[in-house]
Design a protein around this ligand. Structure first.
Ligand code: NAD
Length: 466
């Protein structure tokens, strides 16, 4: 895509682009506020139509041979690579994503598709011992049916793929509701790619909606009996709302939520490596990724030296329009995000935190900010509500064991890191971090599908053949 103003703006349902919708909303560039596209503002009717299309497409898709599905995924990977520049441009103008992170997402997406291409060949069952003498039990996993996906705006392109490639690879069909902040790079571009790759109509559907109108689409997903699973990537705040709905409709959910991700820098760490890791971990995509480093615990004896090296490195980060060569820090996604980061910073400063670097805001650009000597009651240091911006907290520690405890004093547990010159010690400590991601599969195993044993005149067939 070279000109995003011409980008398709309608829903993609049953293998076709819906007719231009009278009701649209503006999709704008968070750096300069320019409208880049007008997007269909769908609701219940479109969501119902998309679910119906996915439901109708399911039997054929589920029955497709692994080789036939593989060919489609490999084709999609090729197209994704060919459209690298389109995707990078779109992520810049729609989600404020700098080139390096956007390009990384495109490459990762193509790689994920190539992995997905082989998943159809994975074993899809188990043989189990039976308590019935001479019998064997067999478990066969089957795709669920329609999986509905909510995609976030932040890692728009890659997280879009991640939401539905796995379900599709296991034979499910999908309906996607991209974030209203990035409907193009979190869903509609994917539809273009899968359409060109030749995915059968109805296997992949996208419904977009205006800001604040997500609930009507979500209701359609939860209330449909055809939708068997909801795959949600987003904030824990929204997940709690959807989780209640899932409870009422007895719908299974896969959740990928927020994080408050600590890093511990032990006294024996290579300081330049540690500064590099923190600089990247805290500020890539201007702190708007669930796995960004939010708080760093540094051994007191190296604290000042580390802070100096980190500050020097962070000062070199160029901020501005992500389309400009060399820019690595783009705008925050919207004014609410800027206000939240500003509010958290002000709260810290009011309570006595020391501003080491940054703290300035121009438009929606929030300069990478480092705080030290932060009191415990500062909101951003507690991790009970994710701060989604480039606000990093540094804390000195005397006892690594206590740092390990303090670093986990947060309701989040998505990712964590330890920097040390002693790999064995790092691994040992890492295992005591209670962090990790959901690795759910999108298929189900009925407890025992059937017993594959047959009595014959020669005895039990299983005794001889299996
Ligand atoms: P969000 O929760 O605001 O939105 C996520 C999705 O939910 C969007 O599609 C949105 O339209 C929808 N939504 C919002 N309110 C809704 C409602 N009331 N009913 C139905 N749907 C609703 O999150 P976001 O701001 O788009 O994304 C950022 C969040 O996602 C952060 O918390 C981040 O940590 C998290 N995240 C997690 C991962 C991960 O893999 N763990 C990856 C990326 C982002």
């Amino acid at each position: 895509m070279s000109n995003s103003n011409n980008w398709r703006k309608t829903h993609f349902i049953n293998g076709a682009w819906a007719p231009a919708d009278e009701s649209t909303f503006d999709d704008y560039n968070p750096f300069n506020g320019e409208v880049i596209a007008r997007i269909a503002a769908g609701g219940r009717a479109e969501a119902d139509a998309a679910v119906a299309a996915a439901h109708a497409a399911f039997p054929e898709w589920a029955a497709m041979t692994p080789g036939a599905r593989q060919a489609l995924f490999l084709k999609a990977a090729e197209i994704t690579e060919r459209r690298h520049d389109d995707a990078v441009h779109l992520m810049a103008v729609e989600a404020g994503t700098a080139r390096a992170f956007a390009s990384f997402q495109v490459r990762l997406s193509a790689s994920l598709m190539r992995q997905a291409a082989s998943w159809g060949y994975l074993p899809y069952g188990d043989l189990l011992k039976s308590d019935l003498p001479g019998r064997m039990a067999m478990v066969a996993r089957k795709p669920l049916g329609v999986v509905a996906g909510f995609t976030p705006w932040n890692g728009a392109f890659y997280l879009g793929w991640r939401t539905f490639l796995l379900p599709m690879a296991f034979g499910n069909t999908v309906v996607i509701k991209p974030s209203e902040e990035a409907p193009l790079s979190a869903g509609l571009l994917h539809a273009e790619i899968l359409e060109e790759a030749g995915f059968p109509a109805g296997t992949f559907n996208v419904v977009t909606h205006a800001p604040g109108q997500a609930a009507a689409v979500a209701d359609a997903f939860f209330e449909s009996r055809a939708v068997r699973c909801i795959n949600f990537t987003g904030s824990d705040k929204t997940a709690r709302i959807l989780g209640e709905q899932a409870g009422r409709s007895l719908k299974r959910m896969v959740l990928e939520l927020g994080g408050f991700n600590p890093m511990i820098v032990l006294a024996d760490a290579d300081l330049d490596e540690a500064a590099k890791a923190v600089n990247f971990g805290a500020f890539f995509h201007q702190g708007q990724v669930c796995m960004n480093t939010r708080k760093v615990y540094v051994a007191r004896e190296i604290h000042d030296e580390f802070l100096e090296r980190l500050t020097a490195r962070t000062q070199t980060l160029k901020s501005g329009d992500p389309l400009t060569e060399g820019v690595v820090v783009g705008p925050l996604i919207n004014d609410r995000a800027v206000e939240q980061a500003q509010g958290r910073l002000q709260d810290a400063l009011d309570k006595g935190a020391r501003l080491v670097l940054g703290g300035t805001v121009k438009g929606r650009i929030f300069e990478p900010t480092i705080l030290a000597d932060v009191p415990k009651d500062v909101v951003a240091t507690q991790g009970c509500d994710e701060t989604f911006g480039p606000l990093l907290i540094i804390e000195a520690f005397d006892d690594p064991e206590q740092a390990l405890v303090d670093a986990q004093d947060t309701p989040y547990g998505l990712s964590a890191a330890i920097m040390t010159g002693n790999a064995a010690r790092g691994l040992e400590m890492a295992q005591r971090f209670d962090t990790g991601m959901d690795l759910s599969r999108f298929d189900a195993a009925p407890l025992i599908a059937f017993t594959a044993t047959k009595e014959t005149e020669h005895g039990t067939e299983t005794n001889r053949r299996i």
